[in-house]
Design a protein around this ligand. Structure first.
Ligand SMILES: [Zn+2]
Length: 323
């Protein structure tokens, strides 16, 4: 396992100088698509490793490293919501089971490590339950809480953790990395712009469909609003696009923002031609847009294969009817 290039400096600063762990609870935070979970796994392996290399990195060869790599290390536990970061709650039962596990003596390593992804998805009971453990930790257990929105956590949880801002990849770091990882990919810079500069998100998009598909979907969205395309026809095409519900959420937000402020964001600018955007925005009525936004948020959290086409159809019909 390797760190992403944009994480190297941060690693050296926080963990690479042979520092002993001074705390037992860490809160690592950064935006979506920046590699939080990867960083936490990397960190966990290095802490479980029997003979870490220079800069504190895992050796990759010992028994601990081997078990960690194949995903069966008995002293490592990952807790995540059902929606893998898409809004589902981490429940009190999950946290209770984790707490029972965390107080047991480590089986193979000298510590147990718990990673929680994403900590803000703990519901209020789960959050209160873990708080007690953070206040009176068991010596051998380390908690790594990951977050995209640390301000959504209880202040008491934040204050009991060592907080580390994982930062964000620069545009150039992201472009370089995507060029190396996907040498055949086109429109890397544009893809990064629509992915809000998040390299892993951009990679997912390039892996799945590519920038041109996304651009086409956005143009169709505007065309449906302007009565130039049939909602049901567009829905038929969109149902094959795995990530469309995620994008719609951002696009509706962007459209509202552009209409209300008169400022067109770089995301919209790379998705459609200026004249089309101007005309669309001149026609856009934002009054009902928040209802649509709610719909997309619900859809984001409830999606299943059976009702996918229905949901897209209903969204597009409502979008065209402007109500
Ligand atoms: Zn090792």
């Amino acid at each position: 396992m390797q760190l992403y290039p944009w994480q190297e400096d941060l690693w050296v600063k926080w963990f690479g100088k042979g520092q002993n762990i001074t705390g037992q609870s860490f809160l690592l935070y950064t935006g979506k698509g920046q590699g939080k979970r990867h960083f936490a796994h990397y960190l966990s392996q290095s802490w479980l490793c029997e003979s870490p290399l220079e800069k504190g990195k895992a050796c990759g060869l010992c028994q601990q490293c081997h078990l960690f790599t194949v995903g069966t290390h008995p002293d490592f536990l990952l807790i995540e919501g059902d929606g893998a970061g898409e809004g589902k709650n981490i429940t009190i039962d999950m946290i209770r089971n984790m707490l029972k596990w965390s107080i047991l003596t480590p089986q193979l390593a000298n510590k147990r490590i718990v990673v929680i992804y994403l900590a803000e998805e703990m519901n209020v009971y789960a959050a209160n339950s873990i708080l007690k453990m953070l206040e009176e930790p068991v010596n051998h257990t380390v908690f790594i809480l990951l977050s995209e929105h640390p301000y959504k956590l209880l202040p008491t949880i934040r204050s009991r953790c060592q907080r580390i801002d994982l930062g964000k990849a620069s545009m150039q770091q992201s472009i370089d990395w995507l060029h190396t990882t996907l040498p055949q990919a086109h429109y890397i810079k544009q893809t990064l712009i629509v992915s809000y500069g998040a390299p892993l998100w951009a990679k997912k998009l390039l892996d799945q469909a590519g920038f041109e598909t996304l651009q086409q979907c956005f143009t169709q969205l505007l065309a449906v609003y302007l009565y130039q395309q049939e909602p049901l026809q567009v829905a038929e095409q969109w149902q094959k696009i795995a990530f469309i519900n995620e994008w719609l959420y951002y696009w509706v937000m962007e459209c509202i923002y552009a209409k209300e402020t008169g400022h067109i964001s770089p995301v919209l600018k790379v998705l459609a031609k200026q004249e089309l955007l101007d005309y669309f925005l001149s026609q856009l009525n934002t009054q009902q847009m928040f209802v649509l936004l709610d719909k997309v948020i619900q859809w984001k959290t409830q999606e299943n294969v059976l009702n996918r086409l229905l949901m897209i159809e209903s969204f597009l019909l409502q979008w065209q009817l402007r109500q």
